[in-house]
Design a protein around this ligand. Structure first.
Ligand SMILES: Nc1nc2c(ncn2[C@@H]2O[C@H](COP(=O)(O)OP(=O)(O)OP(=O)(O)O)[C@@H](O)[C@H]2O)c(=O)[nH]1
Ligand SMILES: [Mg+2]
Length: 267
């Protein structure tokens, strides 16, 4: 029978098609037959996954492969050997046996997929801060944007083209909430996506909803990131979002004074 592979391909950025349980098998090989025919090989099955997918063997709790780049491929199951043709069973007394071997059974395995996105820049922030809005303005990605928290429930990748033909990949990550590093919300699921981004951009709403404070939110998100994997806080940038200018000075000044780094404001 055929082998089963996973391969990282371009243009896939979620494992959404793999939600729940799936069962794949490669084409069966053909049994051997008379006329000294060895059974035909089954075709291989190659299952495309997004780059950044980690392939685990569930039963052995073992990482088989980190498909961290487009093109990388891992064989997870070997197909069974084809059946031998009748000649293989010939003896001195029986030159043309009427027996040919059926194919051998292929390998079976329980596999789990985990995605850790590969991006240059990861956008983090509280739910509803404006992350999806930003990625939709600077890339062709069109995640849903709405005025309520947890609009984005799956990470989204966008390619940002720069004027000199350089480009980088930006990841819009679902909103983080307090306790995310312990799994609050879908925290852990989301945080793992920024493990491999080179830069983390923190989107901060400086006029958050009543009962929420911008400076507290800023430190809250930083705390989650630090607790999660202790990434250097210095690389965080802050972008103020919302209609900053419409507010009478005080809030902005207050936020600016209380934040260590301040990126550019919306013009
Ligand atoms: N006025 C103003 N509104 C903004 C700005 N950025 C985003 N919004 C609005 O804020 C709301 C939330 O924006 P999203 O981009 O969906 O926020 P998000 O951070 O992706 O939210 P989640 O996916 O829920 O985590 C939407 O109604 C946007 O139109 C901004 O810079 N100024
Ligand atoms: Mg969003």
């Amino acid at each position: 029978g055929g082998n089963v592979y996973f391969q990282a391909v371009e243009n896939l950025d979620t494992l959404i098609d793999f939600a729940g349980k799936h069962h794949w098998h490669a084409q069966n090989g053909q049994p051997g037959s008379g006329n000294n025919k060895h059974g035909a090989n089954g075709r291989d099955l190659v299952i495309p996954v997004p780059p950044g997918t980690l392939i685990y063997d569930v039963d052995f709790d073992l990482l088989l492969k980190d498909l961290s780049e487009v093109g990388l491929k891992v064989r997870i199951c070997r197909g069974g050997r084809g059946g031998k043709g009748n000649k293989a069973f010939a003896t001195s007394t029986n030159q043309t046996p009427r027996y040919a071997e059926p194919g051998k059974k292929g390998q079976e395995r329980n596999i789990q997929l985990e995605l850790k996105l590969i991006a240059d820049v990861g956008l983090v922030g509280m739910p509803n801060a404006g992350k999806s809005t930003l990625i939709s303005r600077c890339s062709a990605a069109r995640p849903k944007i709405a005025d309520y928290p947890f609009t984005t429930i799956e990470p989204v990748l966008g390619i940002v083209e720069l004027s000199d033909f350089r480009r980088f990949v930006m990841a819009d990550i679902p909103g983080l909430i307090e306790g995310a590093h312990n799994g609050a919300g879908l925290g852990y699921e989301f945080l793992k996506h920024i493990e491999r981004t080179r830069i983390i951009v923190h989107i901060l709403d400086i006029m958050p909803t009543v009962g929420s404070d911008a400076v507290e939110n800023y430190y809250g998100i930083r705390h989650e990131l630090e607790q999660y994997n202790g990434r250097d806080a210095k690389i965080y940038k802050v972008k103020a979002s919302r209609d900053e200018r419409t507010f009478e000075g005080t809030i902005i000044v207050d936020v600016e004074r209380n934040l260590p780094v301040f990126g550019h404001q919306k013009s």
